[in-house]
Design a protein around this ligand. Structure first.
Ligand code: SAM
Length: 240
């Protein structure tokens, strides 16, 4: 049957990051790419709409995090500012055993996510909230083994959004492209204040998608109750 993406390309490139995709996952990624392009005509989700671009810059880029850290079977993970589902929905397709929450403040993007999940016959929690509000809710605060984020904010502000979700002993996985060093320097104190510790930084190349850095931030102590603050405060008075 004719496919939209090259399943061979996706399978080969994902394998370079230690991710083995079976036929079910490859079919789901193919459908996901088609739906992404269809929805993108109605609402702005991504500037990347060519099949190879979607494979490399969205799917493989998202899956590359599995090479940076092992996520145990059934681990709970929240994707903060998931947008069209990156990396969270791509993680779920590759690892349906994970208990993933996809969070975004824009409900129209989450409606796309809900439609895609239904068509892929996958379920997960879809949460329409601002990160800084959910991070203060007892239902979500320090309830996750992992938090992930790609292209949401600078590392300093992002840590205030993401670290409150992570349980002690868990990890915040921040996916960055260039300028990771500067962001680490700028965010180091904030991370400490929020109960985190930068454990590792992994830099690698994705063919056609350039340099990528994954920063692993371990949650070593509970986040003080006053964080996260409302977004206006985060913007006006960033942690230093
Ligand atoms: N992570 C996706 C990706 O890499 O393709 C989407 C990135 S998009 C540039 C940023 C997303 O973060 C948007 O969908 C936006 O609605 C969401 N976002 C920004 N600030 C947020 C906040 N404070 N709480 C929840 N979502 C937020």
């Amino acid at each position: 049957m004719e496919t939209f993406i090259s399943k061979d390309l996706l399978k080969t490139e994902a394998a370079k990051f230690g991710v083995e995709l079976d036929e079910i996952a490859l079919d789901r990624f193919d459908k996901y790419a088609k739906l992404l392009v269809e929805w993108n005509e109605k609402i702005n989700l991504t500037a990347i709409t060519d099949p190879e671009g979607i494979v490399m810059k969205h799917f493989v880029d998202s899956l590359s995090l599995f090479s940076a850290i092992e996520l145990p079977q059934g681990a709970k993970s929240i994707d903060v500012g998931t947008g069209a589902g990156f990396p969270g929905l791509a993680m779920l397709i590759a690892r349906p055993d994970l208990k993933i929450t996809l969070l975004d403040s824009t409900n129209k993007k989450l409606n796309v996510i809900r439609d895609i999940l239904e068509k892929l016959e996958l379920t997960c929690e879809v949460l329409h909230m601002r990160a800084e509000e959910a991070g203060q809710s007892k239902d979500y605060r320090e309830k996750y083994d992992f938090a992930t984020a790609r292209a949401v904010s600078n590392l300093r502000d992002l840590s205030e959004y993401c670290l409150p979700f992570v349980k002690k002993g868990g990890t915040f996985i921040s996916m960055k492209s260039a300028k990771a060093e500067e962001e680490i320097a700028e965010g180091k104190n904030a991370i400490k204040l929020l109960g985190g510790n930068i454990k590792e930084k992994k830099t690698f190349e994705i063919d056609d998608a350039g340099e990528r850095t994954i920063i692993l931030i371990e949650k070593v102590s509970t986040t003080p109750p006053k964080y996260p603050r409302p977004s206006a405060k985060i913007a006006k008075n960033p942690l230093r």
